[in-house]
Design a protein around this ligand. Structure first.
Ligand SMILES: *Cc1c(COP(=O)(O)O)cnc(C)c1O
Length: 217
């Protein structure tokens, strides 16, 4: 378990790349990890976690959110509209907003309960057909729709670069789209490349296996 190691590497990257100290938030991605590993990280006082599935998050985090105050939970995986209601019960952030139907559903739920998790729009920077996310050229329009028509709280952009490519150009592209659209937050960088993501302006890095160890099969 190497929470401290990753925290140090983030501080180092902030220094190296002249980022404001403390401007990068570490999301510890706990999906599929054994509870004992997650509890170790909770006991060290870390409060920001990421999960990929709504039901898994509900099962694991309802009790932990009571035991450990001020947990901040991020949904990183795709969200089906029939899971939106449940997602609102447990998540503080959703990073995978990528289509009109989902935005409409988020807006409806937010209206009904008077609360909305903070949102990131997922961008398919590599235009991979099997991957979800908005095409870079459509981000401006989707963002307008999100903010003006649905009045949703969009905080920033998220991407998952193609595994077969160097991530830097994707991080750079996401940063440019974000700047062009006046957004402040960038969710990018995982275990293998979070330092590079910090170089290109990541504000939220999503690190799983480098903290908890390999996910069990
Ligand atoms: C699993 C996952 C991560 C963490 O991956 P690691 O390589 O274990 O750090 C980050 N982001 C998303 C969207 C994921 O699904």
């Amino acid at each position: 378990m190497s929470l401290e190691k990753i925290q140090h590497e983030i501080v180092d990257a902030e220094k190296t790349y002249k980022r404001v100290p403390g401007s990068v938030r570490l999301i510890a991605v706990s999906k599929v990890q054994p509870n004992s590993r997650v509890e170790e990280v909770l006991e060290k006082g870390h409060l920001i976690f990421g999960e990929n599935r709504v039901q898994e998050a509900l099962n694991k985090w309802q009790d932990w959110k009571k035991t450990y105050k001020n947990i901040e939970l991020h949904l990183l995986g795709p969200l089906q509209t029939n899971k939106v209601k449940k997602a609102f019960e447990i998540f503080d952030y959703i990073h995978s907003v990528d289509r009109d139907k989902l935005m409409r559903s988020l807006a409806n739920e937010a209206q009904q309960i008077g609360f909305c998790p903070k949102l990131f729009l997922q961008v398919n920077t590599g235009l991979e057909p099997q991957k979800s996310g908005i095409a870079p050229e459509n981000v401006a329009n989707v963002l307008k729709l999100c903010i003006n028509s649905y009045m949703l709280p969009v905080e920033g952009l998220m991407c998952i670069p193609p595994i077969s490519e160097k991530p830097a150009k994707h991080f750079k592209l996401l940063k440019k789209i974000s700047a062009d659209n006046g957004l402040k937050n960038l969710s990018m960088g995982m275990s293998a490349d979070f330092s590079i993501a910090i170089e290109y302006g990541a504000t939220h890095v999503r690190v799983g296996s480098a903290i908890f160890g390999q996910r069990p099969k």
